[in-house]
Design a protein around this ligand. Structure first.
Ligand code: ASP
Length: 335
C-alpha cells in the first residue's frame, strides 16, 4: 500500500458559498472523505498549510509547499497538492524548479466545481490524482486534471469553466486516466538520475511586459529600479517595435548593461518564439544576446526566471541555467 501525503491549500475544490461569493472552507480531512475509494490502493495523511483562493497564492507559498515536500520526503511515496485552478499552472511550474529530479510523484490538482456539489469534477480529479501518485511509473511534478496528466511546466489554464480547463502546451500529455486506468504516453522514470534536489530561493523582482501595438519603452525606463529581470511578451515569433518617443533598443541596452535578465517570449500560446526569423527580432537578439523562451509556456518562463535569478546574479550563469531542460520545459533552447 502506497503512503501519500495530501496537502490541501484551498481553491474551488474546497470552496463553499458565502455571501461574498465562493471561498475555500472545506478542510483537508473532509476533502478526503469524498474519495473513500482511495483506500483500495493508498494510505493518505493530510496537512493544510493554508486555505486560499489561488488568486492569493504566490512565491512565498510555492517555497512553503516545496519545503513541506522536502520535510516529509522520506516518509511518503508521493504527494498530492489540492489547489485553486487560477494560478495552478504557475505553482506547478515553480515546484518543477524547486523540486528537481524527484523519483517520487508530486501531483497538483483542483476542480472547476466544489467537491460537495452533486455534479462536480472534484471527486474524479482528486481520486485520479491519488491513483496516479500511487503508480510505480509516476515521478516528478505533474498536474492531474480532467483525465489528463500534464508535466508541471507545460500546463496552461485555457478554459475558465469547462472540466478540461488545462491543456498541455507544445508537449504531449504525460498520461491519460480513463475510468481509473492510467495510460502512459511518456514513461521515463528510468531517465531520472536523482538524487532529488530542493531549492530554497526565488527572486520575485520580475516584470512581465505584454506589448500592445504602440507600447512605448518608457515603461521599461520608469520601472528599471524595481526589477532584476523583465520578460517581454512580444508578437508572433518575436521582435521589438522600432517606433516611440523612447525606443526599445537603448532601454534594452540599459537593462543588459546593468546585468539584468531580459527574456523575450511570445503572446501566441502554441508553437513558441523564434526571433531569428524576422529582422525586427534577429538584429536585437544578436546585438544584446537576448534570451528567448522558445516553446516554453509563459507560466514556466516566469517561474524559471524567478528560480534562475534566485540562484545566481551572473548573466552567463542565467543563460546556462535557463536553457537547461527541467521537467520537459524547453525543447528548442540553445546553449
Ligand atoms: N478562484 C479559484 C482559485 O483559483 C478557481 C478554482 O479553483 O477553480 O482558487
Amino acid at each position: 500500500m502506497k503512503k501519500i501525503l495530501l496537502i490541501a491549500t484551498g481553491g474551488t475544490i474546497a470552496s463553499g458559498r458565502t455571501e461574498e461569493g465562493l471561498s475555500p472552507k472545506i478542510g483537508a480531512g473532509e476533502l478526503l472523505q469524498y474519495v473513500e475509494e482511495h483506500r483500495a490502493f493508498c494510505d493518505v495523511d493530510v496537512i493544510q498549510p493554508f486555505s486560499l483562493d489561488s488568486t492569493n497564492v504566490y512565491a512565498k507559498h510555492w517555497l512553503e509547499l516545496a519545503a513541506l515536500v522536502e520535510r516529509h520526503y522520506q516518509k511518503y511515496d508521493g504527494f498530492v497538492i489540492s489547489h485553486g485552478t487560477d494560478t495552478m499552472a504557475f505553482t506547478a511550474a515553480a515546484l518543477s524548479y524547486l523540486v528537481q529530479d524527484s523519483r517520487k510523484p508530486i501531483i497538483i490538482t483542483g476542480s472547476q466545481k466544489p467537491i460537495d456539489l452533486p455534479v462536480t469534477d472534484a471527486r474524479t480529479n482528486l481520486l485520479d490524482s491519488l491513483r496516479f501518485a500511487s503508480d510505480e511509473r509516476a515521478h516528478g511534478v505533474n498536474i492531474v486534471f480532467g483525465g489528463n496528466v500534464i508535466a508541471g511546466t507545460r500546463a496552461k489554464k485555457e478554459r475558465s469553466k469547462s472540466y478540461d480547463a488545462f491543456s498541455s502546451i507544445n508537449f504531449p500529455s504525460v498520461a491519460v486516466i480513463r475510468d481509473g486506468r492510467i495510460v502512459f504516453y511518456i514513461d521515463d522514470k528510468d531517465r531520472v538520475d536523482g538524487p532529488v534536489r530542493f531549492y530554497h530561493t526565488l527572486n520575485e523582482r520580475i516584470l512581465l511586459l505584454k506589448l500592445v501595438p504602440g507600447t512605448d519603452a518608457a515603461v521599461l525606463n520608469r520601472l528599471f529600479p524595481y526589477y532584476d529581470g523583465v520578460i517581454i511578451e512580444a508578437f508572433g515569433v518575436g521582435g521589438l517595435p522600432e517606433y516611440g518617443e523612447e525606443p526599445f533598443y537603448p532601454e534594452i541596452r540599459r537593462w543588459t548593461d546593468a546585468g539584468k535578465l531580459v527574456l523575450m517570449a511570445t503572446q501566441v500560446t502554441h508553437e513558441g518564439s523564434d526571433m531569428e526569423v524576422y529582422r525586427v527580432g534577429r538584429v536585437i537578439k544578436e546585438e544584446f544576446r537576448l534570451m528567448e523562451a522558445y516553446d516554453m509556456t509563459l507560466e514556466a518562463a516566469v517561474a524559471k526566471v524567478m528560480w534562475v535569478l534566485g540562484q545566481s546574479g551572473e548573466p552567463e550563469q542565467f543563460r546556462r541555467m535557463f536553457y537547461r531542460t527541467v521537467n520537459h520545459d524547453i525543447l528548442l533552447g540553445e546553449v
